[in-house]
Write a protein that binds this ligand. Structure first.
Ligand code: ADP
Ligand code: MG
Ligand code: MG
Length: 296
């Protein structure tokens, strides 16, 4: 098949976030990845000092026009993640609309509607209505966490029933959106596991829904959502849209990566490892990103 992804995300020179997380797993799995860096920063913003540059919405348009004028804008997927600027997000919507008009169902738009986590925004709040009203109706697959799902649906979520209600509300508002994966947010009562949910609109009035139980790994990591979205592209493509094995594979690879990262970060018994110590062990985990070990 035509495995070509256009990924519009951040770039960090050192460490892992945005495109630096998403591009490598896709390439490992044989995808041609064309990436546009919405920013180029020295490190991700969890570090003490961050320096760098931002791409403007007009810069983005110029790059897109270049691709289009050469007739090389035919992609199987568009992937977007964290975006810090409302007018840049609107421009992404314009580009996605343009590509969708040209290539229709041959193109899947995978959107991680990044807004925040744990009850708080870390992206500008003005992005939320743009995602809700403009982006989600264009998307085929979205990967919100529970906070983002709650904001986008306008439903308070503290349990599974409310989570599924919020998912249903988004499905009914966005009939073309076929897969919603809630990557994280609900935790077991003993704090040892987190839950992930996937929901697929079967477009015959029915929905396939699954819960995934994920053992919690000690530590807080940056870039896990970006890897999640890229591996989801890989496995939904490989497994022909079958959400249950696809999401299982994504979670299994992430488990191996985060175990390795966590063990290294806490190796010397530090209570609070630094941002550098918590950077993902991406290269060391290349085999785990390629072949998910479902036994873990
Ligand atoms: P988001 O960045 O959107 O809040 P997360 O990064 O929290 O999403 O989660 C993405 C995926 O990364 C989860 O579905 C899970 O598989 C994995 N993950 C992230 N943090 C942990 C953790 N502490 N323990 C286990 N898995 C984790
Ligand atoms: Mg999170
Ligand atoms: Mg996320």
């Amino acid at each position: 098949s035509n495995k070509r992804v256009l990924s519009i995300q951040s770039h960090v020179v050192s460490g892992y976030a945005g495109n630096k997380c998403s591009v490598f797993p896709l390439q490992l799995h044989g995808f041609e990845v064309d990436f546009i860096n919405s920013v180029q920063f020295s490190q991700h913003t969890g570090h003490k000092v961050v320096r760098g540059q931002r791409l403007t919405k007009d810069d983005l348009d110029i790059l897109y026009q270049g691709l289009k004028e050469n007739g090389i804008n035919k992609y199987s997927h568009i992937l977007t993640g964290y975006c810090g600027d409302p007018s840049f997000l609107n421009r992404i919507a314009k580009i996605v609309s343009d590509l969708k008009a040209l290539y229709k169902e041959d193109l899947l738009y995978v959107c991680d509607p990044v807004l925040g986590d744990g009850g708080e925004y870390y992206a500008p709040k003005e992005l939320m209505p743009i995602y809700r009203d403009t982006i989600l109706p264009l998307a085929d697959i979205i990967t919100p966490n529970i906070f983002e799902l709650s904001e986008l649906s306008g439903i308070q979520i503290s349990n599974e029933r409310e989570c599924l209600n919020a998912i249903s509300k988004i499905h009914s508002k966005c009939p073309n959106l076929s897969i919603i994966v809630v990557t994280s947010g609900l935790i077991s009562t003993d704090n040892s596991q987190m839950y992930c949910y996937a929901s697929k609109n079967l477009k015959n009035g029915n929905f396939e829904q699954c819960r995934f139980t994920i053992p919690l790994i000690r530590g807080q990591f940056v870039g896990t959502g970006d890897i999640f979205a890229s591996l989801l592209i890989v496995w939904l493509d490989e497994l022909k849209g079958n959400i249950k094995p696809a999401v299982n594979n994504v979670i299994a690879s992430l488990q191996a990566l985060l175990k390795r990262t966590s063990e290294a970060a806490f190796r010397f018994g530090a209570e609070k490892p630094t941002a550098f110590e918590r950077e993902l062990k991406m290269i060391e985990s290349r085999f785990d990103l390629l072949v998910p070990n479902l036994e873990i």
